[in-house]
Design a protein around this ligand. Sequence first.
Ligand code: MN
Ligand code: MN
Length: 457
Amino acid sequence: MRTKSAWLKYQGDYDDIFRVAEEYKRFISNCKTERECVKEAVLRAEKLGFCAWEKVLASGKKLQPGDKFYVNQDQKAIALFVIGKEPLEKGINILGAHIDSPRLDLKSNPLYQDGEMALLDTHYYGGIKKYQWVTLPLAMHGVVVKKDGTVLSICIGEEEEDPVLGVNDLLVHLAQEQLKRNAATVVEGEDLDLTVGNIPLDEEPDGIKKNILNILERKYNITEEDFLSSELVLVPAGKARDFGLDNSMIMAYGHDDKVCSYASLQAIFNATNPVKTTCCLLVDKEEVGSYGASSMHSHFFLHVLSEMCHLNGQDSYLGMRRCLKNSHMLSCDVNSCYDPLYAASMEKKNASYLGHGVVFNKFTGSRGKNGSSEASAEYASKIRSLMDDFSISYQFSELGRVDLGGGGTIAYIMADENVQVIDSGIPVLSMHAPWEVISKVDLYEAVRAYQVFLEHC
Ligand code: MN
Ligand code: MN
């Protein structure tokens, strides 16, 4: 089915679209890690009167329509709720997205000296084309937890006067052998080490490393042992920028999946008086399989739901199960986007197009829909009628050509819990590259679509 550019609908009146884009650019420029996203979500939620879950729980009071609260899971995932007029048993409307993005993580013992340089060794996180991560200005974000539990927040490389770090590449003059290698191995994972220093403290063989350790201690209060209890990650340094001569697009690090996370957050804030209880769930670890306490596989979400049912006097297990059975979810994650430079990887009728609005994927998976929970035709019908009722620009698509690859999202995890789930997101160019591109109008349509879903599904 042919879809139209969503830009046409606004007939030159783009003020709102560009305003939302500016707010998103500020968000994504400051929130590059899952911890930074949670921190920002908490800040914004509290300003709007959302209460910390611990306080709700401690009060022991029955949840009332209009109650708003957030659950902070280990500073790396967050669930925000607005209680609706209908009882929980009637189900809730959930927007689920992920706030982790591909990057380089420091190893536990990262620092060494070689060839008159100090270097930091990394282990990449998520699916990357390794050759894209060399000779880029990188910033170090994260936390170091001292032995006494003190948490130090680190962010080096984002301010104008900060140094940046980076991974070297072999000069082209000597690269004849390297360039014959296949693209997956042209830069090896073990060679993604950062150059971080050149000044020796003394004439000892590890003088440069010692100097770096001195700086770390003096400037940041970090010792070499402290790396053992740290989460330090390297991400492309710098802010999101307008992209294109018509300023229609945004280039940023981590659109996957912070753009859907942002749209979901915005939607739950906009939907102020919902009929059903609404939830915005932002999880971690999607890019590495959704394992662990802050991921979608974590039982923290079901635990909270169970406590909510309990507060409302329902038997918590059965109450929770009834609630899930009647719940609907959009698994909000970015989609591929038709790119004329790589037309052969797409199937034109079923590709999503830049600027054609929010994307729905009835199924994901690879090699014959493997791993996909696939939304039912009934649920797809409900969604498309909702989108049409509110004049939202949307497109139904697949990731790419059959048997070329594929991918999954968090959809199947909640589908397994008996929730109706469909994938929905924003088309992204150069997905998983250090700098990804989206269209501003797609972000705008997603915010609207997600609010409509929360209020009317
Ligand atoms: Mn994603
Ligand atoms: Mn991804």
